[in-house]
Design a protein around this ligand. Structure first.
Ligand SMILES: Cc1cc2nc3c(=O)[nH]c(=O)nc-3n(C[C@H](O)[C@H](O)[C@H](O)COP(=O)(O)OP(=O)(O)OC[C@H]3O[C@@H](n4cnc5c(N)ncnc54)[C@H](O)[C@@H]3O)c2cc1C
Length: 472
């Protein structure tokens, strides 16, 4: 007989974990699944065992507090588990998992997807050189293993993350060669009224910038990294100033560095929701393509709910509140009494205002593809350059799906996470169409790499039923 869970939650970041805590207070059977070893998601990522005695940070404290609450609640957790397919079978959702190399299936009456965000890559010449890492990715290095990207780093990207990463590098004893951000001081001033919704976070961000200025770290406002130099390791970067419309201006600036943290903003992780049949729409104000969901997390698919950054980038504070709201919606769906909470919804709206202002600052002012030269690698899994993709579009491949089948862009291990947005921008540019018209490729399982051996299981060749040869 099948073991059926009432509510499964995929993703144990602020949204999914708080949803699990709410569901865990009821009698219903729930399960929290995440591919990381411990709950916490991106922002509250747990420290590795080797650095447990390292000084606490606001993020590590919040994460430890969450993990303690989860342990005390008795919520069932399945960590180190990748979800690679979600489908509807009759009255239930089937979640396909991979854990310790073994494939499994879970049946659930309702599912909350809280799969968070992914980092957008910014393809410029040399961005695949060893020593270049993602800006958001750098936070994982600090939090999990207190490792620095190098000895002298250029930190480049948008929104508050660029200042957080630069100040963390300094706190951990590294050198920041320069901070480079396409945002201008005027961009930040324009968002000040929305940021007043969370004066505590505004104050924290102000301290990061003040610390960098006091340490005389050069901050290049309204600039972008144009190229990274070095053959087998980074030796420096070239910057350019951006015009008000975001196009690069002449007059290059060279900076010596052995590492670069390079970010192009965050985009919602929509693949799991897409596989489950949720429609997507283009919302650049929320990070790009987002899955369609109501503010209470409900979607057009029965028993499927979305929480946190996976349905629009609004940040960790909003995600934590959203998880609680969506848990109540899911509980009502399975017939448990759970009243909505107007105070919680008000707090969520306030946190969203702050988060959306940060997202607006994180959306690149310059079209990131404008900085890629014809020989710049765009799809790193398949080593496809901008020129190769443009040639494919020129030959008639004018959709993301067509470029994918013609050139394999997005068919490598990352499943398109690195190149998908750039391919869409190249199509839009070449075909003179709006980005909102270039839909992401049709989602296909597996959304995470799965070894064929895990699907095939153990078998003896002698036991395989061999069909008789067809008569000639
Ligand atoms: C790399 C990265 C670093 C970031 N660092 C910061 C930071 O330092 N500070 C900050 O304020 N914001 C940071 N952000 C933004 C931050 O993620 C969010 O604002 C916040 O954590 C959103 O919470 P969430 O619960 O919606 O998603 P997340 O915290 O992203 O949690 C989503 C969880 O879902 C899991 N998951 C996703 N897909 C699957 C799958 N198929 N199978 C199993 N598990 C899955 C992930 O492992 C993750 O734990 C970062 C984002 C990224 C992408």
């Amino acid at each position: 007989m099948r073991d059926i869970v009432d509510i499964s939650i995929v993703g144990a970041g602020p949204a999914g974990a708080t949803a699990a805590l709410v569901v865990g207070q009821t009698e219903c059977r729930s399960l929290l699944i995440d591919e990381q070893r411990q709950a916490g998601g991106q922002v509250w990522r747990a420290k590795d065992r080797s650095i447990l005695s390292a000084p606490a940070t606001p993020e590590s404290r919040s994460g430890d507090n969450l993990r303690e609450r989860l342990a005390a609640s008795g919520v069932s957790q399945m960590t180190d588990t990748r979800v690679w397919q979600i489908e509807r079978q009759g009255e239930h959702w089937v979640i396909h998992t991979l854990r310790n190399g073994t494939a499994g299936r879970l049946y659930s009456r309702a599912v909350i997807l809280a799969t968070g965000a992914r980092e957008e890559a910014q393809p410029v010449r040399g961005w695949t050189t060893p020593g270049v890492i993602g800006l958001a990715g750098a936070t994982a290095l600090f939090k999990q293993s207190i490792r620095l990207p190098g000895r002298a780093s250029v930190v480049a990207g948008t929104g508050p993350l660029v200042f957080f990463v630069a100040s963390e590098i300094r706190r951990l004893g590294g050198t920041v060669a320069a901070v480079v951000t396409p945002n201008t001081r005027a961009d930040w001033l324009a968002r000040l009224p929305s940021m007043m919704a969370r004066p505590d976070l505004l104050w924290r961000g102000g301290r990061w910038v003040a610390d960098l200025m006091l340490a005389s770290v050069p901050i290049y406002w309204g600039h972008a990294v144009k190229s990274v130099s070095g053959d087998d390791r980074v030796i420096g970067v070239t910057l350019c100033r951006l015009a008000t419309d975001g196009t690069p201006l002449p007059g290059d600036i060279g900076i010596a560095a052995d590492s670069v943290c390079l970010g192009g903003g965050l985009a919602p992780s929509i693949e799991a929701a897409q596989l489950a049949g949720v429609a997507v729409r283009y919302r650049p104000d929320l990070g790009g393509w987002v899955s369609e969901a109501e503010s209470d997390g409900s979607t057009a698919r029965e028993g499927l709910f979305l929480a946190g950054d996976s349905c629009g980038i609004r940040g960790a504070v909003a995600a934590e509140l959203h998880g609680q709201i969506v848990a109540r919606t899911a509980l009502r769906h399975i017939g448990q009494a759970s009243a909505s909470d107007p105070a919680l919804e008000r707090a969520y709206r306030r946190a969203s205002r702050f988060g959306e202002a940060m997202t607006a600052l994180s959306v690149l002012r310059a079209d990131p593809i404008g900085l890629a030269t014809p020989d710049t690698v765009v799809c790193r899994c398949e080593s496809l350059t901008r020129r190769a993709i443009e040639d494919e579009i020129e030959s008639g491949a004018v959709s993301s799906n067509a470029v994918k089948s013609g050139q394999r862009a997005g068919m490598g291990p990352c499943g398109g996470k690195y190149c998908q947005s750039s391919v869409a921008r190249l199509i839009a540019l070449q075909e003179n169409r709006a980005l909102s018209e270039i839909a992401p490729p049709t989602p296909r399982p597996p959304i995470r790499p799965v070894p064929v051996s895990a699907l095939a299981g153990d078998f003896d060749y002698g036991d395989l039923p061999m069909p008789k040869p067809a008569p000639l």
